[in-house]
Write a protein that binds this ligand. Structure first.
Ligand code: FAD
Length: 484
């Protein structure tokens, strides 16, 4: 956003207050400071002009119209649990928080859908639909905090996604306010529907760059049957990953398959006593939720782990023990942060290449002398190699960034991706073209221009414009004209 097109901040604040009411427009510098960042503390953040909390779609439209007219960037924020800097402030921006748009509008058992506002927290929706005997499977480890709007905008995955699919698989339709202030409705409530391009899928994972999502229609499923969990420990993490690939290939449909390498398991145990063994190189947690078939499933899964060289295979004896194991998994991020500054990578590779990924990461760690912990949703081939370092030590930081980059190169070489679920944000902007190539990048830039011709939505995130691209300005009459 050019400085010469940014008009008087006071005028913008005054227009925002008129449109939303004074309470919904926050300029207190302490509050703004807290809202500058998401959870990827390593990424840079600018200084916002204001934080606004619209309460409905019409107010979101007003914010975007004001922003467009005055050339002010808009960064949408859910719960700011993102791990890529995608929700970080840019200088002079309006932070648009969805915290007041937090109502579940409908849960329909007949149609197996829920209609929600974007600020609804994932776990609240999950519990509410469970009361109606229904199930909303996408469950990022951040589910107690992260919002459905944020989940949709990042296409979040989670622990159950190995069996049921990621957020995109559950989004039927969206209401979205575009950068121009217009309202777009995509998709439908019915299970099937192929009319037109799939704009819903395009918007899922768009990281706040194509529009502000104001309403979401989600598919639900019947509640799963009773589940059982098995935990297998290995003296070599590669063997655990071979077991993971074999369990998936056996068609056992695990409802969860998580890997903790030795460094991660010890970090969790040091952070909180969860009964995890200390002297291991890998732990595989696998669950079956197939009710009567679950005991046979976990027995077969356990046997596969033993065949692959597990030193111990233990079935959780009851639901409480199962819950403890999963709770241990959900502590990963906090446990890592207790060790130092973290750079969380998010590569995903084909299942058969997981052992090679682990070997390659071990080599990078030794070459550069950095600690890299490796937890992952390995049933999806998704690993979160986490570089832990001391931010006060410039040399350690340089090596950490090098390690982070090399892990992405390795993921791509193994036929995978630089991000399985956390998104690109600011953290991986410079790596996107490496995965997508120039033709795809040109189409991405073109699509962004179509959805956000004024260039107000989350500038600098996901990818940067070509140097000669100057967004047009919306004059007072609202018509969009090309920049001179
Ligand atoms: C402890 C921990 C565990 C995590 N585990 C997982 C995991 O298992 N799987 C996973 O996928 N992620 C995980 N994450 C990352 C994060 O929780 C997800 O990316 C989540 O979807 C972000 O939701 P949020 O509400 O916090 O969004 P934010 O962080 O606020 O925003 C994320 C992005 O979405 C955009 N956005 C938010 N709301 C809207 C909207 N209404 N319209 C348009 N754009 C919007 C923002 O601009 C930004 O680009 C984890 C994070 C933490 C801290």
């Amino acid at each position: 956003m050019n400085h010469d097109r940014r008009t008087d901040s006071d005028a913008v604040l005054s227009l925002l207050r008129d449109a939303l009411g004074g309470q919904a427009v926050v300029t207190d510098s302490d509050i703004l400071d807290v809202h500058r960042y998401d959870t990827a503390k390593f990424c840079e953040a600018g200084t916002p002009l204001a934080l606004v909390r619209p309460s409905d779609t019409a107010q979101v439209q007003e914010v975007l119209r004001i922003a467009g007219r005055h050339g002010v960037p808009v960064v949408t924020q859910g719960a700011r649990t993102g791990l890529s800097g995608a929700a970080n402030a840019v200088d002079g921006c309006i932070l648009l928080s969805t915290s007041r748009m937090n109502r579940v509008l409908e849960v329909s058992a007949d149609d197996q859908v829920a209609v929600v506002q974007p600020g609804v927290v994932n776990s609240e929706l999950s519990r509410l639909v469970a009361e109606a005997g229904l199930f909303y499977p996408p469950d990022p480890s951040s589910w107690e905090e992260s919002t459905i709007g944020g989940n949709v905008a990042t296409n979040a995955g989670g622990l159950c996604c190995v069996k049921y699919g990621v957020t995109a698989d559950f989004v039927r339709g969206l209401e979205v306010v575009l950068g121009t202030g217009e309202v777009l409705r995509t998709g439908r409530r019915s299970t099937k529907g192929v009319a037109g391009y799939d704009l819903t899928k395009l918007l899922v994972g768009s990281e706040g760059t194509l529009g502000v999502i104001t309403e979401i229609t989600l598919a639900l499923r019947p509640e799963p049957e009773t589940s059982l969990t098995v935990a297998a420990t290995f003296d070599d993490g590669r063997k655990a990953l071979q077991a993971a690939a074999r369990i998936m290939a056996a068609g056992l449909q695990p409802s969860l398959m998580e890997f903790l390498d030795g460094t991660t398991a010890r970090a969790i145990q040091d952070y909180r006593d969860m009964g995890l063994p200390a002297a291991v190189d890998g732990i595989l947690l696998v669950q079956s939720d197939r009710g009567d078939r679950a005991p046979q499933d976990v027995a077969t899964m356990g046997q596969i782990c033993a065949d692959c060289g597990a030193v111990d295979v233990a079935e959780a004896s009851d639901a409480e023990e199962s819950r403890m194991l999963l709770e241990a998994r959900r502590l990963v991020n906090s446990a890592m942060e207790a060790l130092g500054t973290t750079l969380v990578d998010d590569v995903a590779v084909p299942l058969s290449r997981l052992p090679d990924l682990l070997t390659g990461i071990g080599e990078i760690s030794r070459d550069l002398g950095v600690t890299i912990a490796c937890p992952g949703h390995v049933g999806d081939g998704n690993m979160h190699p986490t570089v832990i370092f001391d931010r006060e030590d410039a040399e350690a930081e340089r090596r950490a960034v090098q390690a982070f980059d090399r892990v992405m190169d390795l993921g791509l070489r193994l036929g995978g991706t630089i991000t399985g679920e956390h998104g690109v944000g600011l953290l991986k902007t410079r790596h996107l073209e490496q995965e997508l190539g120039p033709v795809s990048m040109r189409l991405h830039r073109g699509l962004r221009q179509v959805f956000d011709p004024l260039g107000v939505l989350n500038p600098g995130k996901l990818f940067t414009p070509e140097p000669d691209e100057t967004p047009p300005v919306a004059p007072e009459d609202g018509a969009v004209r090309s920049a001179p």
